[in-house]
Design a protein around this ligand. Structure first.
Ligand code: 5GP
Length: 114
């Protein structure tokens, strides 16, 4: 599998604004934010889509979700509210095929799948 753009960010081959990192996970600001806070939470393991995650990834997926709430607290939006999104494949508008959670908040969000 060739390196995704997110793997290139993990390897510091392209720049990003990193807000969190540990052995398994990196989180950085989205380059085209949809809200005042729009952070991508990404496993260092390159899994293309949610469909490709297996039972072996269950712990990692849990850690990714907990990292979302940790960063929401860090950014002070945990009580106000925020959204966590995974886009999977074409009809959900996935563009980077390296699984990631979008953490979106910092304003009143509407609720529409469009
Ligand atoms: P997807 O559409 O796959 O769910 O989300 C991919 C996200 O990655 C988009 O919100 C897009 O703005 C973001 N993105 C794409 N390329 C880069 C990049 O080079 N750097 C950063 N920080 N974000 C990127």
């Amino acid at each position: 599998m060739s390196d995704s753009i997110f793997t290139k960010i993990i390897k510091r081959e392209i720049p990003s604004e990193i807000v969190f990192e540990d052995d398994e996970i990196i989180a950085f600001n989205d380059i085209a934010p949809k809200a005042p806070i729009h952070i991508l939470i990404v496993p260092k393991k390159q899994i293309p889509t949610l469909n490709n995650a297996t039972e072996n990834d269950a712990e990692l997926l849990g850690k990714l979700l907990l990292t979302c709430s940790k960063i929401a607290k860090m950014k002070g939006i945990d009580e106000r509210g925020y959204r966590v999104v995974i886009n999977c494949n074409e009809e959900a508008c996935q563009t980077v095929f390296h699984i990631h959670f979008h953490l979106i908040g910092g304003k009143q969000l509407g609720w529409s799948p469009d």
